[in-house]
Structure formats: C-alpha cells, structure tokens
Ligand binder design. Structure first.
Ligand SMILES: [Zn+2]
Length: 214
C-alpha cells in the first residue's frame, strides 16, 4: 500500500464521530463510589447514562468499542489486534492488576493499548477488557482523541458540556494562513485539513489558490 493511502487512512481514523456514536460514561470520584457502596440509597438511577450512581457524578463523552470497531473496519478491513503476552493456557495474559496490554495494527502500523475492566467480573470483564484496550489503542491513532483529551482536561462543572462532535470552523489570520500554506507545501499539512478546520475569506481563498498552483 502506498505511503499516501496509509497516511490518508490514518488521517481518516481521526475524523470526528457522529453525535449518536458518542455515549456518556459516569466518572465517579472514589468518595462518591464509596458512599454509594456503603449505602446504595445514596445513589440514583441516572437519566443520562442509565446507571445507578451518586447524583453528583460527572459524565465523560466516550465512543463505545462498537463504533470504534466500525471506524477501524472502514479504514482498514484487515485491521487486527493481539495480546502482548499469552498465559500458560495460550490465552491472552492479564497483568498483575488485571489489565490487558494489546497490539493494535491498522494499515500495517502497530501501536500498544491497555484495557482494564474495573468493577466488572466474569465474561463481562473479559469483553470489557478487550473493548477498553481497543478504545485505548485506537486513541493512540487519534481515534476519538478529542473526547479523551476533553475527559482528561475538563474539571467537573455544573453546566452540561456542548455536543462534542460538531466542530465549528474558525476564522484564520493572514499570518497563520501563510504558515499553513508553508506546511501544505512541505507536506506537513493538507488543503483538506485547512478547509475542515478554518473558514477562509474570499481574499484568503485566492491567496491559497495562487500559492498551491505555484
Ligand atoms: Zn449516569
């Protein structure tokens, strides 16, 4: 496969997900978990995620492993994953805290991912481990990266988060455009990405057109 196709495929992994593919995951603090564990009546049936948890729990946007798998198939129908290690029975080996390291290969590029299944047991835990590891490894390819980023960086707050998948294109200054054109010329950036992220005015469109015709 050509370098260009691989690059385009890897870029496609980063495309935003549709709002209906983005779910809500409760992220309780340890204190909240302990409180509900000690007295389940401290919890509520949540009308955001459907789970039973402390009423003040913050929710993070996340893309489930089915939507991630769909994206991987779209980009590379022959994508694969394998565990980093096997146990004595030839099964995927978990680490000493019950997590699973995997290798995810997309378009011939392999990256590591790690999954855990905190709070689950039995067969569900295994499925969760795999799904979580895939989500984590795919994130290393930029898949749903914004949501992870958001989850890590945003502190709890009262107002609901905006829908994550819709990205407004912003205006670009002339000097920044000049920088972007430089990068397009040396292959670090593309015209498609420029248009996807920025709204150019008529004058800037002309500058761009002239620059890339040269
Ligand atoms: Zn919830």
């Amino acid at each position: 496969m050509s370098e260009e196709l691989i690059r385009a495929g890897l870029a496609a992994l980063r495309a935003p997900f549709e709002p209906h593919q983005v779910g809500k995951l409760p992220k309780p603090t340890k204190q909240q978990t302990d409180e509900v564990k000690a007295d389940f009546k401290k919890g509520v049936r949540c009308n955001i995620c459907g789970g039973w948890h402390h009423p003040q729990v913050v929710h993070l946007d996340y893309v489930g492993h089915a939507a991630i798998t769909d994206r991987l198939l779209e980009v590379d129908p022959a994508w694969t994953w394998e565990p980093l290690a096997f146990d004595a029975n030839g099964l995927p080996a978990k680490d000493n805290i019950g997590g699973l390291w995997i290798k995810l290969t997309i378009l011939g590029v392999t990256r590591l991912g790690y999954g855990d299944a905190t709070g689950k047991s039995g067969g569900d835990a295994i499925k969760e481990l795999i799904g979580d590891a895939l989500r984590n490894a795919a994130m290393r390819f930029g898949c749903a990266l914004e949501l992870w980023h958001k989850g890590e960086l945003h502190l709890p707050k009262d107002e609901p988060e905006e829908a994550p998948a819709v990205k407004e294109r912003e205006a670009i200054t002339d000097s920044r455009l000049a920088g972007a054109i430089e990068k397009i010329k040396n292959g670090e950036f593309t015209v498609e990405k420029l248009h996807k992220n920025f709204l150019l005015n008529e004058y800037q469109l002309k500058i761009l057109e002239e620059a890339i015709m040269k």
